[in-house]
Design a protein around this ligand. Structure first.
Ligand code: LMR
Length: 400
């Protein structure tokens, strides 16, 4: 009965890893998916996570009962505090409802379905470009996807004028997806002053911000600093949605641990919102998994573990920043034509190189370097050992 099916293409990001796995070359390099690697090119489980896992194994009082539909209560409370600030008035006033979801993607999807069901405006504006999964998540959730200008290829920076024009022209009430920090794929974020203008425009037009926070701590190395734009949107008393992921900042990729928070106008509204979120979640996957959220809650609630985490997180962020400098220096040393200063200006896990899909294919074919066809490089996959190989490949691609 399924013989009529055509073969679907692989996912543009996750498919890169599949192609990489099939390549027998000893020099192959996977700079596709945004996943942290050590200097030795290995996945990293944080020490603090290993320590908590040991404790969990030895805790015989723990069981594997179903969680409530909304997940681990303590995890939800601590997640809201992590992003909005422990002293956030919105939390104190009970105006925030938080539900544990399946990492960032699951949080976006639950939020999207909630909006499609209960919000008067069905259109969501996404930055152009954005993470490849965003349009699919929101379209399938039942929203209409439109875009706003974000990236200026000429400057490899922010198209602030275009962004303001497009959001200014969006119908009142529209939902606006904002990357909380370390924009994926471009690594280009607004300055604090630009954030302030964006916030004023969004509030004056009664647009509804939906933040995607997948890299808190990765942009600057500071959890608080990376949360600043979001916190200014909460401080003005307005409403917003927030999707949080612990994939990158706690290295819990495959544990699928994240949270959706909705900041409301009153505690009464927040509790009604939560009751409706449960109706979205129950028929989708019933309730979330227990392991990852328990780890996160343990780290967030204990000041020693929390400090240990921030040190390890800063270590990852700093290694990525040093990779930026090394790649930039390597290209300069080769005299590679072009201004590569965007490599050190962009922030977070990715560099949006400006290489086109033909150049990317060339680098994959000739140098066994794997990356997404839009020219995005995961800096987290590089090391001092592999920078020269990448620089040779980029040099060859732009001079051929
Ligand atoms: C990425 O953009 O590489 C990550 O967010 C991983 C993913 O799921 O696409």
């Amino acid at each position: 009965v399924f013989a009529h099916l055509v073969r679907a293409p692989e996912d543009p990001i996750l498919g890169v890893t599949l192609a990489y796995n099939k390549d027998p070359s000893p020099v192959k390099l996977n700079l596709g998916v945004g996943a942290y690697r050590t200097e030795e090119g290995k996945p990293l489980v944080l020490n603090v996570v290993r320590r908590v896992e040991q404790q969990l194994v030895n805790d015989l009082a723990r069981n594997k009962e179903y969680l409530p539909i909304t997940g681990v209560a303590e995890f939800n409370k601590l997640s809201a505090q992590l992003i909005f600030g422990a002293d956030s008035p919105a939390i104190r006033e009970g105006r925030v409802t938080t539900v544990q979801c399946l990492s960032g993607t699951g949080s976006l999807r639950v939020g999207g379905e909630f909006l499609a069901k209960h919000y008067h405006q069905r259109t969501i504006y996404l930055p152009q470009p954005t993470w490849g999964n965003h349009p699919k998540v929101f379209t399938l959730a039942g929203l209409t996807v439109k875009t706003y200008r974000y990236y200026a290829p000429a400057t490899r920076g922010l198209d602030f004028q275009g962004l303001i024009e497009d959001l200014g022209a969006a119908p009142s009430g529209s939902v606006v997806l904002l990357h909380a920090c370390a924009h994926n794929p471009t690594g280009v974020d607004p300055t604090p002053e630009q954030w302030e203008e964006i916030r004023k425009l969004i509030r004056s037009k009664a647009l509804l911000p939906f933040f995607d926070s997948a890299y808190q701590g990765f942009a600057s190395g500071s959890l608080d600093k990376d949360a600043q734009p979001v916190r200014s949107f909460v401080a003005d008393g307005g409403e917003l949605l927030m999707a949080q992921s612990y994939a990158k900042n706690m290295g819990l990729y495959g544990e699928r641990v994240g949270a959706l928070s909705i900041v409301c106008k009153s505690a009464d509204v927040a509790s009604k919102v939560e009751s409706q979120l449960k109706l979205v979640i129950r028929p989708m996957y019933s309730s979330p998994p227990i392991h990852g959220a328990t780890i996160v809650a343990a780290v967030l609630k204990d000041s020693n573990l929390f400090n240990e985490w921030t040190i390890e997180l800063k270590g990852m962020a700093d290694r990525i920043i040093s990779m930026r400098q090394q790649l930039f220096d390597a290209l300069r040393a080769r005299g590679t034509p072009g201004d590569w200063s965007h490599i050190i200006k962009q922030i977070g896990m990715f560099t949006f190189t400006g290489l086109n899909s033909e150049q990317v294919s060339f680098m994959t074919k000739e140098y066994h370097i794997y990356m997404t066809s839009d020219g995005r490089i995961s800096m987290a996959g590089l090391s001092a050992k592999t920078v020269p190989h990448l620089a040779d490949a980029i040099h060859a691609a732009v001079t051929k």
